[in-house]
Design a protein around this ligand. Sequence first.
Ligand code: SF4
Length: 492
Amino acid sequence: MITLSSFFHLLHLAGRIPLPTLKSSEPIKANQSSTGNKMQPTRRSMAAQKRRKSTAVAILNATDDIEDFSKSETLAIRSSLLRWYDENSRDLPWRTPAAGAGSLLTPVKVDEEQRAYVVWVSEVMLQQTRVPTVMGYFNRWMEKWPTIRDLSSASLEEVNEMWAGLGYYRRARFLLEGAKSIVDEGKFPRSASELLCVKGIGDYTAGAIASIAFNEVVPVVDGNVVRVITRLRAISANPKEAGTVKLIWKLTRQLVDPSRPGDFNQALMELGATLCSSTNPACSKCPVSDHCQAFLLSKKSQKLKVTDYPTKVAKNKQRHDFAAVSVVEIAEFDEQILNDNGLKHVFLLVKRPENGLLAGLWEFPSVIMDEGSMNQCMRRKEIDKYLKKSFKLDVGENCKVMLRQDVGEYVHVFSHIRLQMYVELLVLTLKEGLTQLNSDEDRSEITWKCVDGSSIRKMGLSSGVRKVYNMTQDFKEQRVFQKPRKVPRKRR
Ligand code: SF4
């Protein structure tokens, strides 16, 4: 069955109607005569304008006439999808039954609670990250913290290290905070509404845990489900708008199988992740193609493709930030070191604030600047100011510069920020050695540490900081190779 909005959408895509312009048979605008002279709107013209406006709204309001799934459609979709899932579901580590023993909060329903923990960790990791990337992280995580109780005793530092490279570090912090609060409470919340009270758990994660671990009949809507549902119902409205989001949740709720809610939700997500992909859907293999309006419409008109759903929405413009980054390497004499003039090298790392972007992670000293002042002179000036204010390091005064050179630029793209980093390597010796950094008590608001190269290689750093570190190491290696060799004097 084709809905009114998909009918208009089909006509629009087929070039039959512009969407939603006024009819050409009504050339006179309300405040303009046929000769182009301005005139006052008449009652009639105003009424006509009102009518036209409401027609346009009716066409544009593409969620209004989307019908619920009928009883027979619902039953057919459930059984086809579950049958397909039983035969085709991917073998993923978080789908294996929970190990359980000795790991749970309460002696009853132990396996369910362990399963809830496993689902929770995997679903949080899978947000914004693809399955192949998540697999390694998930296995390492479970090896280190096999139960929620183990996780609750971890530190944020450890969790961040484990998460390094996955991005969106707030997710890791919320997992840790959530685990601590659940263990404190003494029981794992079992329903979606109770789960929503745990910090960091939203509608999606609550639905996934409640349905997969505790068999609650609740829907789960992620990007894959949005794609499948908008195609099944040929919804052409903006999928990000509140009304459309509400509609998609409502339609998904209608479909959830009451006898196997967790499997059904996973099946719907699996369909979106595999056959019903965004650019190349395999409709001929799809178990629910008979009920897919986008597919049926695409067979009626060559101008309409299933990939027209969900409607593409222009992304918000990214902010463009610029940062001067200084990899400060401090060389200190160490009598146990026999090579490199007896110098031991350590790197100065600063901890980011506990809130905001990359919260609580370590990075090299950096300063955000205006694009217009990103020349070398201004960058050095700003970095020097920062080091003086934060560490009482007065470059050239109480510390000697052994090497200061630009290493290159690197652009790191976050979801909403494009950060362009100008990286320098600054090798210093401190007049009073490393104790100079420890002597100032005013620096209590900054958390920092000095670590050597081998520790830095093992640390969990964000991918941007890791890249910056690697850039400086490559730069040093190139310098070694480029150093002019001493030509041995010829013997006479
Ligand atoms: S028929 Fe095609 S577009 Fe429709 S749900 Fe199946 S794979 Fe997706």
